[in-house]
Design a protein around this ligand. Structure first.
Ligand SMILES: NC(=O)c1ccc[n+]([C@@H]2O[C@H](COP(=O)([O-])OP(=O)(O)OC[C@H]3O[C@@H](n4cnc5c(N)ncnc54)[C@H](OP(=O)(O)O)[C@@H]3O)[C@@H](O)[C@H]2O)c1
Length: 304
């Protein structure tokens, strides 16, 4: 598996990560098989959140890996906290939530902690003090955010000493708004609508790794676009490219994300070992410019 640096951190991470939101749907032996397959393929970066099935995914992860000091050294664990009665980035909540996550994961530290969603009541000075305490106690080594725009990150970074190294955002061929608005600047059309404050360029300018979530979905958990009758042209285009490379459509959907020069790290949500292997193959494929644009257009994205 190809690796890269996560943002400005010293962490060397696989270019594809495993999202653990669905891990609790597996029995412990099946989860163990799935996680071992990921590790055998060099995918040692695991994305968690305390809200995923009320912490069950974190529990299943620790149990399935038989967590101990040796195992812990072999995995990179990212946790997300801050969703509670709405969103909550207060010191009290973030501190308690990290404690709960560490306990369920049976570990003393997180490699990366993300604030899951922007809290309108956030006090950035308080977040800075909280991050300092988590960092100096050794409980969290790196920090980032999720679903934040550039202004929200800049506000946090004005006070937070540690660099924001990652921003997790929804992104797929069928959910490519942060690219389509950039190619429709100043146009009087729907695609020109600014939904994210230019977050793609902001993250590139500040060396923040974008981690696309739901790389196979469209809408907000409406469905998977592969094999979906709603996307005939996209599926036809992806299939033709997949045939050319001798891989599956699943591989090409991820290769499309990896081809973007922002060096994004897609977070895959499958809990099937066979599908994970197909996803890993994407790290060895570099789509041509034409192929990338063909997929972009086939998904319904317009070029002026
Ligand atoms: N930061 C956030 O706000 C946020 C939000 C959502 C998710 N996340 C993170 O992102 C990760 C991925 O999210 P996701 O699960 O929505 O992403 P995804 O990888 O797009 O999810 C794909 C889902 O569709 C299924 N699927 C059906 N056909 C598929 C195909 N041909 N190829 C691939 N998958 C197919 C998979 O099920 P099978 O298991 O059957 O393969 C899987 O459950 C999560 O685990 C979580 O860690 C973060």
């Amino acid at each position: 598996m190809r690796t890269m640096k996560l943002g400005t951190s010293s962490l060397e991470v696989p270019v594809i990560a495993v999202g653990c939101m669905g891990l609790n749907s597996l029995s412990i032996p099946d989860a163990e098989r799935f996680l071992r397959t990921a590790l055998e393929h060099g995918v040692n970066f695991f994305d968690h959140a305390d809200v995923y099935h009320s912490g069950d995914c974190e529990r299943v992860f620790a149990q399935a890996l038989h967590m101990n000091d040796d195992v812990r050294e072999k995995v990179i664990i990212q946790g997300k906290v801050g969703i509670w009665n709405g969103y909550n980035s207060s010191r009290e909540h973030l501190t308690q939530a990290v404690e709960g996550t560490l306990k369920r994961l049976q570990t003393d530290y997180l490699d990366v902690l993300l604030i899951h969603r922007p809290d309108p009541l956030v006090e950035p000075e308080e977040v800075a003090e909280t991050f300092d305490a988590l960092y100096t106690s050794g409980k969290v080594r790196n920090f980032g955010v999720s679903n934040h725009n550039g202004g929200q990150i800049a506000l946090l970074q004005k006070f937070v000493k540690q660099p924001i190294v990652a921003n997790q955002l929804q992104f797929s061929a069928a959910h490519a708004f942060m690219i389509s608005r950039g190619v429709n600047v100043n146009m009087n059309n729907e695609a020109a609508l600014d939904r994210d404050g230019g977050v793609l360029d902001f993250c590139r300018l500040h060396d923040i790794t974008i981690q696309p979530w739901s790389p196979f979905r469209y809408g907000f958990f409406e469905g998977v676009f592969l094999g979906n009758k709603k996307y005939p042209k996209l599926n036809e285009t992806i299939r033709a490219i997949a045939n050319k490379y001798g891989v599956t459509d699943t591989t090409i959907a991820i290769a499309w994300i990896l081809r973007h020069p922002a060096h994004m790290q897609p977070i895959s949500g499958t809990v099937k070992t066979s599908r994970l292997k197909e996803i890993c193959k994407a790290a060895d494929i570099t789509l041509t410019r034409d192929e990338w644009y063909d997929i972009f257009r086939a998904a319904g994205n317009q070029l002026p």
